[in-house]
Ligand binder design. Structure first.
Ligand SMILES: Cc1ncc(COP(=O)(O)O)c(C=O)c1O
Length: 386
């Protein structure tokens, strides 16, 4: 399949990327900051009532954090390491939320001492730790969300708890002197089925009513991330996601709508980035083998981690044209896990040769931050923000 670059970038954006790419040592990630800015504005326009906490883990580059801060974003933080980075960039602690439900007591304390007062949790042990070292803080209890089968990068059963347990935890939070602030969920990253939000919002409404009976009114729903990037598998537009989700919220909450938080990562930064890689080698495994193996200098260990189980299918563009044939794509390391796509076969030109560039589109999220430090001696992915 031939990628039409116009489906991904404007002429001006693509010119900027290719001019920047030529002559540089590959592989690297180049990110257009203006694209992120436009995505942020688009999200604000479509969900004007939602407070946006950028999920830093998607791409923790200082350039992105600083720009989003200037645009008025808050930040969803996963660890003390992200916290320290954000503080070093002068991000205000009141704009941060500690969104990871798995945390050491010492880490909770560091967040609290830094001035952070919003914590997510999904277990009694973690809740008691928060009460111990972050007294009086606001807590959001995360519920399990469905949608595992329809999200390209599901967050599965690892996070969240059943609504009945969430109820117990919010009641306990109050007893422990914390503020039972609200409910959070994440329907799975790159969630292609919008009804996943419908189910999660309905569960939240059930909890809202049950908590009211306990004398607790929750003030906030944190709907997490899950909004789409532009990959091979098409999705509805952000506008459709937003209008549907707004309808679900209105149907379930009407005039009682609590404060709404969202934590977009992928949908804000993915489309803005392109990984530029070079073909190292092309081979066939026998004289009669139908498929070529194309080995490139980018792979699972230096940026394409989300191709594990071929979950995320990045659009791949080459400047070469001509007859196309299916190919297996693999990375540069001495590890067979570092085969990128073997089941879903990309059709690429037969005249591709060693040294040709491959452009991996929509790669701004979960690539640079995932790349290993020194596997097989390869360095982490270089990134440029322009
Ligand atoms: C707590 C939390 N919030 C938000 C996100 C961002 O999700 P997405 O990249 O799908 O927008 C994640 C992703 O793992 C997460 O764990």
């Amino acid at each position: 399949m031939k990628i039409d670059i116009n489906d991904f970038y404007t002429e001006e954006e693509w010119r900027k990327i290719t001019e920047f790419a030529h002559g540089k040592d590959t592989p690297f990630l180049v990110v257009l900051l203006d694209v992120i800015k436009n995505k942020f504005e688009e999200l604000k326009k479509n969900l004007p009532y939602a407070k946006i906490y950028y999920a830093v883990k998607a791409n923790p580059a200082a350039e992105i954090i600083t720009m989003l801060d200037e645009l008025g974003a808050c930040f969803d933080v996963a660890s003390v390491y992200e916290l320290r980075k954000l503080l070093s960039l002068n991000i205000r602690p009141e704009n941060l939320s500690y969104g990871n439900t798995i945390k050491k007591t010492a880490d909770i304390e560091e967040f609290y001492n830094a001035g952070v007062r919003l914590f997510a949790t999904d277990s009694e042990m973690d809740l008691r730790n928060i009460a111990l070292v972050a007294p009086g803080s606001k807590v959001l209890v995360r519920i399990l969300a469905e949608g595992v089968l329809t999200a390209d990068w599901p967050l599965s059963r690892k996070f969240g708890c059943q609504p009945d347990m969430a109820l117990d935890l919010l009641v306990l939070a109050k007893k422990l002197g914390l503020e039972p602030y609200g409910v959070s969920f994440h329907v799975g990253s790159q969630q292609r089925d919008i009804s996943a939000w419908d189910a999660a919002i309905a569960k939240t409404r059930y909890l809202y009513d049950s908590l009211n009976e306990e004398g607790i009114t929750i003030k906030c729903i944190n709907m997490g991330g899950g909004f789409p990037a532009n990959y091979i598998e098409k999705t509805n537009s952000l506008e459709v996601y937003a209008s549907e989700i707004t309808r679900f919220l209105q149907e379930d909450f009407g005039d009682e709508m609590p404060e709404i938080i969202i934590e977009p990562g992928r949908s804000l930064v993915a489309d803005a980035g392109v990984i530029v890689s070079e073909i190292i080698l092309i081979s066939r495994k026998s004289r009669t083998a139908m498929e070529r193996w194309i080995f490139t200098d980018i792979g699972k260990f230096n940026g394409l981690m989300e191709t594990l189980e071929e979950s995320i299918k990045y659009p791949i563009y080459t400047e070469k044209n001509g007859i196309r044939e299916k190919a297996i794509l693999a990375g540069p390391t001495c590890d067979s896990v570092d085969t990128i796509y073997e089941n879903y076969l990309y059709e690429l030109p037969l005249n591709l040769a060693s040294g040709d560039l491959l452009y991996w589109l929509s790669c701004g999220a979960y690539t640079a931050s995932y790349s290993s430090v020194e596997f097989n001696g390869f360095p982490p992915l270089k990134s440029y923000y322009i």
